[in-house]
Design a protein around this ligand. Structure first.
Ligand code: GDP
Ligand code: IMO
Ligand code: MG
Length: 421
């Protein structure tokens, strides 16, 4: 059976957690392929909101298998807190969650290094979540990483100490006060927690399961515009958030990929620094933030808000090979008299459809204005019953991108989802 991918097309927080949870009934396995505890994936059902950072968003479906793939970086302390917060007993969760031997570990000193790099940058502040993501992926690619499979080795503590010493040497160059003991205690408790779970070469498992007809959904984190290669570098995360990342982050061939679901908000948000062409630093932006409750799921930071950016969306569709679009937060747009969509940019005064390489380019969005809709749409279950102007908004996006919008989300709850075939 082909493997489907669901990933973000904007700057993260598009609603991946909600939608993965909502479509999990169609799958047997949900597998996270990259990122780490920088992610915050929210989902709601029975009036309770859950936020996941490392654990795939299929975990609340008892009959589904969840996999943390090799492309993910795991902080054991965060993992333990998340497992304890989920509710079900550890041995129950251990039946539904499997972890790759090859997922790299975020060490306590990676978090300190993250803070050190962010402070010293001075000129460029990425606005990192400071979860140790950059330093952990750096150690992975420079072949200095520790992996989940290593925790089962007798000499694990010795290996840890070697890496810690190396990090402490680097930190001597930075004027940063830190308390390592505070992190280390929870981290080693997290290592013990990890040992309750099956730690296997998940690339064999995913291929075997897909080969035997099981349906696998690969869950992305962050968004395409935060991709290490194709995002607004250097204001990006440190992994490949795009569909190709599912292949490397799970150990699957591109030949195995089926549908590529690209998820986007009906507007745009961004947390942290970096270019954001359609950003609204006015009352409209503040309204989107208030109505959409746009505050980071991981750090609580207010999200920057702006109108939908089609050049960025089209770019993401191209890079990922998106086959279906899922639009979230349509309900947040209710009440605006008119709605703007950016259809092209003026870069340094000239009309341009491409995202410029130079992060310092002045990008001026060129807008098309559409009629808004006033109705509360959160209770609507069928596409046909949505206000005409919202249907026109969707049709406009489909026409511009050439990709069908087959799901519209009208609220944070699992049930507030309109499927359209
Ligand atoms: P993720 O990182 O892509 O999983 O997204 P987040 O969970 O960080 O942020 C999305 C936020 O929007 C969460 O608070 C969700 O509960 C909420 N959400 C998701 N879909 C909708 C929707 O259609 N309407 C509204 N109002 N909220 C939504
Ligand atoms: P989900 O999966 C939104 C942003 C940070 C920062 C930059 C680098 O919930 O969509 P990092 O911690 O990776 O060093 O931060 O990327 N960022 C996210 N923004 N959603 C996320 O994940 C993010 N993960 C990282 O704010 O600008
Ligand atoms: Mg999020």
């Amino acid at each position: 059976m082909k493997i489907d991918i669901l990933l973000g097309l904007q700057w993260g927080d598009e609603g991946k957690g909600k939608i993965v949870d909502a479509i999990s009934p169609d799958y047997d396995i949900i597998a996270r392929f990259q990122g780490g505890p920088n992610a915050g994936h929210s989902l709601e059902f029975n009036n309770v909101k859950h936020v996941l950072h490392l654990i795939p968003s299929g975990i609340f479906h008892p009959d589904k298998l969840n996999i943390i793939g090799n492309g993910v970086v795991i902080d054991p302390a965060v993992f333990k807190t998340e497992i304890v917060g989920l509710g079900p007993a550890v041995d129950e969760l251990a039946k539904r969650l499997i972890i790759s031997t090859k997922a790299n570990l975020i060490l306590p000193s990676h978090r300190i290094l993250d803070a050190a790099y962010e402070c010293q940058n001075g000129l460029i502040k990425i606005g990192s979540t400071l979860k140790g993501i950059g330093p952990a992926y750096t150690d992975k690619t420079s072949r200095n990483g520790l992996r989940v499979g290593d925790i089962l080795r007798k000499d694990f503590r010795k290996l840890y100490d070697i890496h810690l010493k190396r990090h402490l040497n680097i930190l001597k160059n930075y004027d940063l006060k830190y308390n390592l003991d505070e992190y280390e205690k929870g981290w080693f408790e997290g290592i013990e927690m990890l040992k309750n779970f099956r730690i296997v070469n998940t690339e064999y498992l995913v291929n075997e399961l897909a080969g035997s007809g099981k349906r696998v959904l690969a869950e992305g984190a962050q968004g395409t515009m935060l991709d290490i290669d194709f995002g607004s570098y250097p204001f990006v995360t440190s992994s490949n958030t795009i569909s190709a990342g599912a292949c490397t982050g799970l150990g699957i061939s591109p030949k195995l990929i089926g549908e590529i679901f690209g998820i986007f908000k009906a507007y745009c948000t961004r947390v942290g620094s970096g270019p954001f062409p359609t950003e609204l630093e006015d009352e409209t932006g503040a309204s989107l933030r208030d109505i959409g409750r746009e505050f980071g799921s991981t750090t609580g930071r207010p999200r920057r808000c702006g109108w939908l950016d089609l050049p960025a969306l089209k770019y993401s569709i191209m890079i990922n090979g998106v086959t279906r679009l899922f639009m979230t937060k349509a309900d947040v747009m209710s009440g605006f008299k008119t709605i703007k969509i950016c259809t092209s940019y003026k870069v340094d005064g000239k009309e341009c459809l491409e995202i410029p390489f130079d992060k310092d380019s002045i990008i001026e969005p060129v807008y098309t204005e559409l009629a808004g809709w006033q109705e509360d749409i959160s209770g609507i279950k069928e596409f046909i019953k949505l206000p005409d102007s919202l249907k026109k908004f969707v049709e406009f996006i489909e026409k511009q991108t050439g990709v069908p919008v087959t799901l519209v989300s009208v609220g944070p709850d699992r049930e507030e989802t309109i499927f359209r075939t």
